[in-house]
Design a protein around this ligand. Structure first.
Ligand SMILES: [Zn+2]
Length: 163
């Protein structure tokens, strides 16, 4: 994806108020992120790790989501599969919950998704990060096809949040 600035990112949130988008934590090292290897940029709030955010280029522009990541019960480390990049991890998948956009979100409606806890799907599909030991479903897709699938899954998730 193309590099984004803090201003691009703050203006891109679809499921929080303008005030929240202005105050939330955006990474300070945006210039150093490996943008060309990212399908989306995901990060956690360093002061509030149960808050996570992601931004992608969809429908021709930056689109960002605010997510809540309820911390799992102590010791609960289940194997799981990321619904975005379809990587299976031992304990590296979290349920992330996105408040819905607009009126539905204000009334408490949200959409959940199980995804890579470190929000690094882009690196897993490119083989740049190792999801750890354990059995995996063998796949014959090329990295390019996996990238397309990840972007399609992410786009579908955005559509659910905005529906
Ligand atoms: Zn993933």
């Amino acid at each position: 994806m193309n590099p984004m600035t803090e201003r691009d990112i703050r203006a891109a949130f679809v499921n929080c108020t303008k005030g929240e988008a202005k105050r939330l934590s955006v990474p300070r090292d945006l210039a150093d992120r490996p943008w060309e290897d990212l399908d989306y940029l995901g990060w956690r709030d360093p002061r509030a790790p149960e808050r996570a955010y992601l931004v992608a280029e969809l429908d021709g522009g930056p689109r960002a989501l605010a997510l809540r990541c309820p911390s799992p019960a102590a010791g609960e480390k289940r194997r799981g599969m990321c619904s975005l990049c379809v990587t299976t991890h031992s304990g590296g998948v979290s349920l992330m919950v996105a408040p819905k956009a607009g009126k539905a979100g204000k009334q408490g409606d949200s959409v959940g998704i199980h995804m890579c806890s470190d929000l690094a799907c882009s690196l897993y599909v490119r083989g740049m990060r190792d999801p750890g030991p354990g059995p995996r479903v063998p796949e014959t897709l090329s990295p390019e096809e996996k990238i397309q699938r990840t972007v399609a899954n992410l786009s579908a998730f955005f559509a659910k949040v905005r529906s």
